[in-house]
Design a protein around this ligand. Structure first.
Ligand SMILES: [Zn+2]
Length: 185
């Protein structure tokens, strides 16, 4: 195959018919939403972070129905985030791996969405694969990024202490008082 496919304007039908695969390694800075979402404050150079992805499309026959284009996306990236425990930089490895099925239009997608186990996309001659890769990576971001083991010693934050005291008081207010009164503590 010598046909060039453009990941920003992909002709889904042609790509599926060619049973083709596109893959690339991009600078993270090309992914504005991901960069904006993730960045640790001191990590102003994202040029060393990479997004590696691959997209494969194939045509599948289904009994009694028109054949359909399926798209497999895999992606990985290392994104600098801010650890929510120690507030220093934390590099998070993101992975995505998902199959999609293309349908003819938005109405079909809506009609089939509840029953379909797979994710549906509306077919296009100018499909933006890179945006889909970015969507998938955004979804794989940790809700609350924290190091497995923080590289710096973490001071308990005031808000956390207050929360724990409130909880202890709720459980047994007298036990907490008794603990304070014990000599030698
Ligand atoms: Zn940390």
């Amino acid at each position: 195959m010598t046909t060039e496919f453009d990941p920003l304007r992909l002709d889904v039908q042609a790509f599926a018919l060619a049973n083709a695969t596109l893959s690339a390694t991009d600078s993270l800075s090309k992914y504005e939403r991901l960069t904006h979402e993730g960045l640790a404050p001191e990590a102003d150079s994202t040029t060393d972070s990479l997004v590696t992805w691959s997209a494969h499309c194939e045509w599948r026959e289904k009994h009694g129905e028109a054949s359909q284009a399926w798209l497999h996306i895999t992606a990985e990236a290392c994104v600098p985030l801010t650890c929510q425990r120690c507030l220093t930089r934390m590099d998070a490895d993101l992975y995505a791996d998902r199959w999609f099925r293309f349908v003819a239009d938005e109405a079909t997608a809506e009609a089939q969405d509840d029953d379909a186990e797979e994710d549906l996309l509306v077919t296009s001659h100018t499909f933006d694969v890179q945006a889909l890769v970015e969507d998938e990576l955004l979804m794989s971001l940790p809700m609350v990024p924290v190091h497995d083991v923080c590289p710096v010693k973490v001071k308990l934050q005031v808000a956390d202490e207050g929360f724990e005291e409130a909880n202890a008081a709720k459980e047994n207010p007298f036990a907490a008082l008794a603990g304070l009164k014990k000599p030698g503590k």
